[in-house]
Unconditional design. Structure first.
Lengths: 434, 354
């Protein structure tokens, strides 16, 4: 692998029948790593997947292998799109295989695939089929599906607490249900800024920045529901469509010019999928709103550090935005931007996309280390002291990764909004009536 | 001095095309074909459909022949052989022996269009047992089946449930002495796999290969449709041996991408045999005194910018007499040979090169 580390021997080694004490353990033959003979090329499972709506391209693979080295899961395990095709060709039932849940839909394989084998459509289609056919779904993911259905958010929190983060923002935050009327920017806060403690600080920082910029903005408060794009990619297309109906109904009640969201997954769905369902909005990622406005901020402090940026898959590869977050970073006094080996189009996935956010327990059983751990090690190798992020999934993922890799204290993980806010003086400066 | 003429030896696609072009350029073309009818290997070996567009082979050859025979300047002699060639460029004397006896003809130039023969799978060093197992076929055997409009396992008379192709049989092999790639077999196998999947939709088709060599447009004309629309399974790794087990063929090899041995039952196995110079190419090259490469194909004297000139001035070659060639190559080189032969006559020089 190009950056750090090396591929280790696979941790699993299975034989046809393993004898453990008095027990004979049959192997899952698809995880077979010994020289077991292939006795058939029954591609019936391959054809079944290829027959799924959106998954037609699975049997286009001609085995060039370009996808495997850029697959973030293969870097830490033994999983790659080409391998999926070959396993299907040799008879594996993907719908019952652990591999089904490993893809993060990061899109790096599709970027390099000469045959346009589109795992970003194949995997969600296969997962949807697994759900429909009642196959076993990892319990942690199933729990998130249920929470999302019940509460409208992945964390299973009360909708009434959606706006709880605003109390400590240090600036007034307008909630449209309480104070309706036209507004320029509707901030679609999404789940992790709304509910996760490490998301609150970023949301509060961004609220202060918007206020300093005199942006006319508001939130939906308790009426906001998750867009659920990651739930869709994890196989729950039906849930996504249900949410889309609810979200579009809510949005129809209010008058706003633009939607701004910190969540690249919500951004992706609002921008690319909602128009196809009859709902078109002007949608910006929060970095896209902020980047052109950076000149209007009066910095009183600085962030004197080497900072590297993690490109979110759904902002970068899926939507082509690499410059906005960098523009923001470079406008912050004191920041020295350093790049990781894998960045921009080749950015390494944090492991949270496509449902990966809620599959850590499953993924850890099939990889040598977490994708987030690999990424924070890459960030530290770049010489950065701060890993800057602009996706709400990532602060907690990377902070956990920094702790488990011993980089806690060496590498800080900060949302872009937090860095901008810090250089502006933070909440104290707002209190002083800035 | 009689009107100038060009002797075209061989009446397959290359010879027909060369002769038609010679005639169209205003020069008499004498075509000598040893078989009773024109059309060459596609007709003689009963090809079903041509690669890559699935044209009916017999019809396509019949159309070519009709176009040739419509030329007044075409002098077609089937069941005939050239038994002697003397003289020099511009003034050759050839002896043509046919059913009506022997005749000497005076020609200005000679075009060798004597083609290829399929590699004999009995000579391969693997253990494919082509002559032992009735259900192990070569490409041309399956072509003949397809031409009859049926795909049946010879030993059972039933449609095959599992069929596979083994690539590079007799090609790319130092042991056999054929180091070259035969160039067409990847395309032919894929074309046949498409046809078999259409004939027998419930069949499973696999192609075992070392490298898929789909030149230029064949990639998207044959290979991709075979895989994407007709669900042909491509497996990297060549089958080493074919055994018989419980009334089935059992192929054994290595699946190289999985790094695992393969032992898979098959109802029918097709060997993708390569191309070798035909006996006619060997004999006529010798008779004409042109240099041949170590494989017996006619050597081009000034490659790569002259693709049809041989070591003997006034003698040109085209098609698969020069080495493995698909039909497009063959038709192109036939045209080039015709132009160069006629140009030599027109210029009145002895040089076939510009």
């Amino acid at each position: 692998m190009p950056t750090g580390g090396f591929k280790q021997e696979p941790g699993i080694f299975e034989v046809e029948d393993a004898q453990v004490g008095a027990t004979t353990l049959p192997a899952e033959w698809n995880r077979q790593l010994a020289d077991r003979t292939l006795t058939d090329y029954d591609a019936v499972n391959l054809l079944e997947i290829a027959a799924l709506d959106g998954a037609e391209s699975i049997d286009w693979c001609y085995g060039c292998g370009k996808c495997v080295p850029v697959c973030p899961v293969d870097v830490v395990g033994e999983y790659g799109p080409r391998k999926i095709h070959r396993k299907l060709q040799t008879g594996i039932d993907l719908l019952e295989d652990p591999d089904l849940w490993l893809c993060t839909t990061c899109g790096n394989c599709l970027r390099v695939c000469p045959k346009q084998v589109d795992m970003i459509q194949i995997m969600p289609a296969a997962r949807e089929a697994a759900l429909t056919q009642g196959k076993e779904v990892p319990a942690e993911l199933q729990g998130v599906f249920e929470s999302t259905f019940k509460y409208g958010n992945a964390l299973g929190q009360s909708p009434r607490k959606r706006a709880a983060w605003t109390k400590k923002a240090g600036v007034p935050v307008r909630e449209l249900p309480k104070s309706p009327g036209p507004v320029d920017v509707l901030l679609y806060v999404e789940d992790y800024w709304s509910y996760h403690p490490r998301g609150h600080t970023a949301a509060q920082a961004f609220a202060r920045i918007l206020t300093r910029l005199d942006v006319d903005w508001a939130i939906l408060g308790h009426e906001e529901r998750t867009i659920g794009d990651s739930q869709r990619l994890a196989g729950e297309k039906g849930l996504f469509e249900l949410l889309a109906d609810q979200v579009s109904d809510t949005l129809a009640k209010y008058e706003f010019a633009r939607i701004v969201t910190p969540d690249p997954h919500a951004f992706n769905a609002l921008k690319n999928l909602y128009p196809g369902m009859g709902h078109s909005y002007e949608v910006l990622h929060y970095t896209q709103l902020l980047a052109p406005l950076m000149d209007g901020l009066e910095f009183t402090g600085s962030v004197d550090a080497k900072v590297t940026l993690h490109d979110p898959c759904y902002l970068g590869r899926h939507n082509g935005e690499y410059d906005a977050p960098r523009t923001i970073l470079q406008a912050i006094p004191g920041v020295e931007l350093v790049e990781m080996g894998r960045c921009r189009e080749n950015g390494y996935c944090c492991g949270g996309g496509g449902g990966g956010m809620w599959l850590d327990g499953h993924t850890v059983n099939h990889t040598r280390e977490r994708l987030s751990e690999r990424r924070v090690r890459e960030a530290a190798e770049s010489g950065a002291e701060i890993l800057a992020v602009c996706c709400p999934y990532e602060v907690s993922r990377f902070e956990d990764g920094a702790k488990s890799t011993g980089l806690d204290g060496v590498l800080a993980v900060r949302d872009l909004a937090e860095l901008v806010d810090e250089a502006l003086g933070g909440p104290e400066a707002m209190v002083q009536g800035d | 001095m009689p009107d100038p003429a060009v002797l075209v030896i061989g009446g397959g696609p290359a010879g027909i095309e060369a002769a038609r072009n010679v005639a169209d350029l205003g020069v008499r073309a004498i075509v000598v074909e040893q078989r009773e009818r024109l059309g060459g290997t596609p007709v003689h070996e009963q090809y079903a459909a041509l690669t890559p567009h699935f044209d009916d082979a017999e019809q396509a050859m019949a159309d070519m022949e009709a176009a040739l025979r419509a030329r007044e300047l075409a002098d077609v002699r089937t069941s005939s052989r050239v038994t002697a060639l003397s003289g020099d460029a511009g003034a050759f004397r050839a002896t043509v022996e046919g059913e009506q006896g022997s005749e000497d003809v005076e020609v200005s130039a000679v075009i060798l269009a004597t083609g290829f023969t399929h590699f004999d799978p009995g000579r391969e060093r693997q253990i494919y047992n082509y002559y032992q197992y009735p259900d192990v076929l070569a490409l041309q055997d399956l072509e003949a089946m397809l031409k009859r409009g049926e795909v049946l396992v010879p030993s059972t008379g039933q449609p095959p449930k599992r069929i596979c192709w083994i690539q590079c049989v007799g090609s790319r092999d130092r042991n056999i002495g054929n180091e070259y790639c035969s160039k067409v077999c990847c395309g032919i196998a894929s074309k046949q796999a498409i046809e078999v999947r259409k004939h027998v939709p419930e069949s499973r088709a696999s192609i075992f290969y070392i490298d898929m060599r789909m030149y230029g447009y064949w990639e998207h004309q044959i290979y991709w449709p075979a895989q994407e629309q007709h669900k042909v399974q491509y497996v990297k790794g060549i089958v080493t041996e074919i055994l018989e087990q419980q009334g089935h063929l059992l192929i054994r090899g290595e699946d190289t991408t999985m790094g695992r041995p393969v032992e898979t039952p098959m109802d029918m196995v097709v060997l993708s045999v390569g191309m070798e110079p035909s006996q006619g190419t060997r004999d006529m090259a010798q008779l004409a005194g042109v240099e041949q490469n170590k494989y017996g194909f006619v050597d081009v004297a000034r490659p790569p910018l002259d693709t049809v000139g041989t070591s003997r001035e006034g003698v040109f070659a085209c098609g698969a007499a020069l080495g493995p060639a698909d039909l497009e190559d063959t038709i192109s080189s036939a045209g080039a040979a015709a132009v160069k032969a006629v140009a030599m006559i027109r210029r009145g020089t002895l040089s076939g090169v510009s």
